[in-house]
Design a protein around this ligand. Structure first.
Ligand code: COA
Length: 258
């Protein structure tokens, strides 16, 4: 891969988008490479959690690559949006936790990429926004849908219609990111969160992601049905037996993901 680096740090896979000359903007190749990195991580049992970040100190991802977007036709434009949507959907539905470490500008497609992750930790230097309307387009990688679901329609529309950037403090205040930390602590904070989750029962973590991510798109009763089904399914696992025995025996659980 040319524009995406991966490093497996003892079970925490760090995926870094690395096109510093254009502030890590997403061209078609980079979107495809992000998809490849996640596909490889899906099949790699040594990967317990993923952290997604941008190379350098300035940007997470400064958006889709405007050099490419400027050339699009109605037909290629639709194809571009669909390809990005597919990759971002795979991140949202990824069976292992995905944490965005937002280290700088997360604009347009970069903000949409952070939105597709399960959790977002921001550096105090981060700036986020959906500036597409300033270019005469709208977000095309799921941003209109995820932003409205995360923040509510009013706040989402304010950000989408103005195209304004907000700083990390404001992003935390409105719930766009989980937490803001000093820039130098960003990766350690994301890694600590990843390692905390990695200690939990992996099958339970996977089921919880599915219950929240899929269930929240269903009518409430169907979401509850999914929750009850997954809850029952976990009773078939060695992890459940181990988790409960460990509690009763007053020792730390050692989960095997079986
Ligand atoms: N696509 C392509 N190139 C981009 C880019 C993008 N989304 N964002 C930044 N770049 C390029 C710039 O063109 C510039 O290239 P150059 O050095 O060849 O001139 C380089 O990255 C550095 O960016 P620059 O604008 O000089 O940095 P800055 O600190 O002055 O401003 C931003 C940073 C993020 C505010 C500004 O680059 C910007 O507004 N980018 C576009 C954001 C956007 O609209 N994204 C949504 C796209 S749908």
């Amino acid at each position: 891969m040319d524009n995406v680096r991966t490093e497996n740090k003892d079970g925490v896979l760090i995926i870094t988008i690395d096109r510093p000359k254009v502030l890590n903007a997403l061209n078609a190749q980079t979107v495809a490479e992000i998809g490849e990195a996640f596909e490889a991580a899906r099949n790699d049992d040594s990967v317990k959690c993923v952290i997604l970040t941008g190379a350098g100190e300035k940007a997470f991802v400064a958006g889709a690559d405007i050099n490419e977007l400027a050339q699009m036709t109605p037909i290629t434009g639709k194809a571009v949006a669909e390809k990005g949507q597919k990759v971002f959907r795979a991140i949202e539905r990824f069976p292992k936790p995905v944490i965005a470490a937002v280290n700088g500008f997360a604009l347009g497609g970069g903000c949409e990429l952070a939105l597709a992750c399960h959790m977002r930790i921001a550096s105090d230097k981060a700036q986020m926004g959906l500036p597409e309307v300033t270019l005469g387009i709208i977000p095309g990688y799921g941003g209109t849908q995820r932003m409205a679901r995360l923040l509510g329609k009013g706040k989402a529309l304010e950000l989408i219609l103005t195209g304004d950037r907000i700083n990390a403090t404001e992003a935390e205040r409105i719930g766009l990111v989980n937490r803001v930390v000093p820039a130098e602590e960003l990766m350690n904070t994301a890694e600590t969160l990843a390692r905390t989750i990695a200690k939990r029962g992996p099958l339970a973590v996977r089921a919880a992601i599915e219950a929240v991510m899929s269930g929240s798109e269903m009518p409430f009763e169907e979401g509850q049905f999914l929750e009850a089904t997954l809850f029952g399914l976990l009773a078939s696992t060695q992890d459940m037996k181990e988790g409960m025995s460990a509690f009763l025996e007053k020792r730390a659980a050692e989960f095997t993901g079986r």
